[in-house]
Design a protein around this ligand. Structure first.
Ligand SMILES: Cc1ncc(COP(=O)(O)O)c(C=O)c1O
Length: 396
């Protein structure tokens, strides 16, 4: 069995990389260890690189189609990983999950309609809604004892006749929840009762910590599958996000056709020749790599959790069930969001996402990406530890 090397440090600076090469624009400081945007500092797996190289031997990268294998590699992966049986005809490829979400908003709602999200949540949910002239119906998550839950009472209250869609994040970026079956069932029951379409963004489905299990919303029942569009990609799990290749799974043929028509209308239904090869390769050969990745990420999480409990207990970490994004509760530092951001950037020297950018409920939090070699992660938490004492001694 191959032992994959997640300890390897790869220089990413000066590679036109979002995470490392625009630090000055984003943070006003380019001397930071970046732990923000959701990609990994691990090399894309060698078997994917080899398959891409093989494809490059045919030296034409012109317009291409999605081969049969693209669809079967997805159906096989979903069956093996999530015991979810779908048919290949139910898959519609897209040039990214966010383009698919925005296309759903355009295809299935009208300007002025309300769309439910649950903040704090991945910020393009809000911007895709607002930029397209729709309204946000926010069902803010509840936070208690370092764990998030859904406020079902409020959810029923905020729904009115203009509420047409629910964009669910499962697993939930940035709070790290993997929604349980009973929670998903409750959401679905409310949506069925109120004629609300569910868009279930499951891009983090394969990044679930060992003691948890991802349940695809559409796998709950035929009736629920009928009102659900699932968005998915190999990009997060196999570090392929620069290849702009994702897909939606849509059981209901009417919804599927309408979704495809929208992609076609705005000319984003085409394929990325390399992204297609990479997706097939990842889902076909990626099982062992994926297993070892999860073990590594889980170990990183346990390390940070213990380190914070022992050394930095004024910052609490929300329990991580899924994703590689830690949600740090910094409220005890008693700083406002600007001060907190400045503290991390200019005093500690780390580039994290400010919690407030994820919407209501994010104030006082920071999001830290832990998909990096453990040796680098140790340096990062030591940097926090070094600076935190000076900061808190004034408020103790
Ligand atoms: C919940 C969620 N959806 C979508 C995306 C991005 O998807 P894509 O790059 O395919 O548009 C991310 C990236 O962090 C994410 O966290």
């Amino acid at each position: 069995m191959v032992a994959y090397n997640f300890d390897k440090i790869v220089e990413r600076k000066n590679t036109n990389c979002v995470k490392y090469d625009i630090l000055n624009n984003i943070f006003g400081n380019d001397q930071l260890k970046p732990m923000w945007v959701a990609d990994m500092d691990f090399e894309t797996p060698e078997f994917v690189i080899e398959d891409i190289k093989r494809r490059l031997e045919h030296k034409i990268l012109a317009y291409s189609i999605f081969p049969e294998e693209f669809f079967t590699s997805i159906t096989n992966w979903l069956k093996r990983q999530h015991n979810w049986q779908i048919h290949k005809e139910q898959i519609v490829a897209s040039q990214g999950v966010v383009p698919a979400l925005a296309s759903c908003i355009l295809a299935f709602t009208n300007p002025g309609d309300k769309i439910i999200i649950q903040t704090p949540v991945y910020f393009p949910f809000s911007s895709s809604i607002l930029n397209n002239g729709r309204q946000i119906n926010n069902n803010k998550l509840r936070y208690e004892n370092q764990e998030y839950s859904i406020d079902f009472e409020n959810l029923e209250k905020i729904i009115d006749s203009r509420t047409k869609m629910f964009i669910l994040c499962n697993p939930h970026n940035p709070v790290g929840r993997v929604w349980r079956r009973d929670e998903l069932q409750k959401i679905a029951d409310i949506c069925l009762k109120n004629n609300i379409l569910i868009i279930s963004d499951e891009i983090h489905a394969d990044l679930v910590m060992p003691e948890h299990k991802h349940i695809p919303m559409a796998s709950l029942s035929e009736e629920i599958a009928n009102i659900t569009i699932t968005t998915y990609s190999a990009s997060k799990t196999f570090n392929l996000s620069g290849l702009s290749t994702a897909f939606a799974i849509i059981t209901n043929p009417k919804l599927r056709q309408a979704f495809y028509n929208k992609l076609d209308d705005i000319h984003i239904a085409g394929s990325n020749v390399i992204g297609t090869v990479a997706t097939i390769s990842a889902f076909t050969h990626g099982e062992e790599w994926h297993k070892q990745l999860i073990t590594y990420l889980h170990n990183n999480y346990l390390f940070v959790k213990k380190y914070f409990e022992n050394n930095i207990d004024c910052i609490k970490i929300a329990n991580l069930q899924g994703t590689y994004l830690l949600w740090l509760d910094c409220n005890a530092l008693k700083m406002n969001d600007d001060e907190l951001a400045r503290f991390f950037i200019h005093e500690i020297g780390l580039g994290l996402n400010s919690g407030i950018s994820f919407g209501a409920g994010g104030s006082g939090f920071m999001r830290m990406n832990i998909a990096l070699p453990l040796s680098e992660l140790i340096l990062a938490v030591e940097k926090i530890n070094c600076k935190i004492f000076d900061k808190i001694k004034n408020i103790l």
